[in-house]
Design a protein around this ligand. Structure first.
Ligand code: NAD
Length: 499
């Protein structure tokens, strides 16, 4: 059986002392490989390789680092089909959806191609008599990235290309549930010319994460995953003196106004709620309809669309939805459906019990639709991360906004309306980090930055885009004067100023 190891100091390695975990195709549950779970010693080796590679890499001209990013972009495009197949076979999402993920990942590499421009500092001449001052952005050293299963290629690409382009070295710890695409992409990075040790990948679980969080050589940690682990990573990393950005879970609401084009809204909601089986941190999992008439029409139209949904193996692009990532995750989602019923929500469409011919052992679950969900229900308070859309009913836009604002998560939200004033009020006042206006998945493009509010993000700087240049560098301010030779000045005790 294929063993998925690590990439340390430019080499694919397996180490004695690592534990292992099976990787299964979610569509069949056939075991395709086993992944190594790095021991402390294996992670230590990767950090040492990154530390050793840092001095030379730090001093490599940014334009040379940028050229490697250009090459990486080409290699990613040349190998796109292979990467997407790896994603689909381990994650389960439909191949075309994997392609969308990869394209968004490549956009981050394209942004990193402009690193010489992005690293330009700020310069002021004559801040005092013959004194010049500037700010420059220096790399941090060894950085680490810890990523979730749901975007196995894109989220690593949010992190390491920019970190490495900024002059850092990197240790990536991908999700142990679907590690192959991240490992393969890192190999493409080396093929593009990234020197051995600059980019390392360790596969693993909590033991690997804890090693990265406590090792004093690691300067900064980027994390994406569920909120409890994000909070743990943030507090543990901070306690160990590291800069940390930790992106957590979400519960994204769409507010549907009575004046919205409901056909458009329903089409948008279908993709945003059920695409990738709802396993997206920006998935819309709640639609808050303003007015009962809006809710009733919405439910009817959603039911019609759900009846047409095609669920099946992700390698068939004719399908809209693949399987959930693991059996355990499917069970968890089904547990939430049972809980919703127990708490009094109306299950209008029940996707349980679905079997896909030829893939009877897969982790399939059909689309589910709940109506009359109320704020205190568990299916509203918790992130389900499955193909479950909850409809809530509000009397006014303000009541809908209060529901969104009261939620502990604040990743994404959107409003469907034809009223510009309502949309403007909503986007200005809603307490959520990423807002869509008639756009269901307002995931910023690579030259903006991505991040939620409240318990969807621990830390200050957002992911990718301009914020990531700041996250992966530290500012240094230099003030310089070259006194004319022979000039000697007396001692000055007052604070220097131009007064
Ligand atoms: P997860 O929290 O289970 O795992 C994320 C990473 O943390 C993995 O690499 C995993 O190995 C590691 N990990 C898991 N348990 C750990 C522990 N006890 N100690 C240390 N490390 C641990 O998340 P997941 O199930 O892989 O991903 C889905 C979650 O990620 C959802 O909550 C989703 O909303 C969130 N997510 C958020 C964003 C965002 O940008 N906000 C993006 C994608 C996914």
């Amino acid at each position: 059986m294929n063993t998925i190891g690590h990439l340390i100091n430019g080499e694919q390695v397996n180490r004695e002392g690592d534990r292992h975990q099976d990787i299964a195709n979610p569509s069949t549950n056939e075991v395709s490989a086993r992944v190594c779970l790095a021991s402390r010693a294996t992670v230590d080796e990767a950090i040492a390789a990154a530390q050793a590679a840092y001095p030379a890499w730090r001093n490599t001209p940014p334009i040379k680092r940028a050229r490697l990013m250009f090459r990486l972009k080409d290699l990613l495009e040349e190998n796109a089909e292979k990467i997407c197949e790896l994603i689909t076979r381990e994650h389960g999402k439909v191949f075309n959806d994997a392609m969308g993920e990869l394209r968004r990942g490549i956009e981050n590499v394209e942004y990193a191609c402009s690193i010489p421009e992005l690293l330009k500092g700020e310069h002021s001449k004559n801040v005092g008599p013959a004194i010049d001052s500037w700010s420059e952005f220096q790399p941090l050293g060894v950085c680490a990235g810890i990523t979730p299963f749901n975007f196995p290629a894109m989220v690593p690409l949010w992190m390491w290309p920019m970190a490495v382009a900024c002059g850092n070295t990197f240790v990536l710890k991908p999700s142990e549930r679907d590690p192959s695409s991240a490992l393969f992409i890192a190999q493409l990075g080396l093929e593009a010319g990234i020197p051995a040790g600059v980019l390392n990948v360790v596969n693993g679980d909590k033991e690997a994460v804890d090693t990265l969080l406590t090792d004093s050589r690691v300067q900064a940690v980027s994390f994406v995953g569920s909120t409890p682990i994000a909070e743990y990573v943030y507090t543990t990393g901070n306690a160990n003196g590291k800069r940390v950005q930790a992106f957590g879970g979400a519960k994204n609401h769409a507010v549907v106004m009575p004046d919205a084009d409901l056909d458009n809204a329903v089409n948008a909601l279908m993709g945003a709620a059920y695409g990738s089986c709802g396993e997206r941190c920006m998935a819309i999992s709640v639609a808050v309809a303003v007015g009962d008439a809006t809710a009733d029409t919405l439910i009817e139209k959603l039911k019609e669309q759900i009846a047409k949904l095609k669920v099946g193996d992700g390698m068939d692009n004719g399908n809209d939805m693949g399987p959930l990532v693991t059996r355990a995750h499917k069970k968890k989602v089904e547990g939430y459906i049972a809980k919703g019923l127990e708490e009094g929500a109306e299950l209008v469409v029940d996707g349980r019990g679905l079997t896909v011919p030829g893939f009877e052992s897969g982790n399939y679950l059909g689309a589910c639709l709940f109506d009359k969900v109320t704020p205190e229900m568990t299916i509203h308070s918790d992130e389900i991360f499955g193909p479950v859309l909850c409809v809530m009913r509000a009397k006014t836009m303000q009541e809908a906004m209060d529901i969104v604002d009261a939620h502990e998560y604040g990743n994404g939200t959107c409003i469907f309306t034809r009223d510009g004033e309502a949309a403007r009020y909503f986007s200005d006042n809603i307490k959520v980090g990423m807002v869509g206006i008639n756009v269901p998945l307002p995931v910023p493009v690579a030259y903006h930055s991505f991040g939620g509010w409240k318990r969807s993000l621990f830390g200050d700087l957002h992911a990718y885009g301009p914020d990531s240049v700041r996250f992966y560098t530290k500012r240094k301010s230099v003030t310089q004067r070259w006194p004319a030779s022979g000039v000697r000045e007396g001692v000055q005790f007052t604070f220097p100023s131009n007064g």
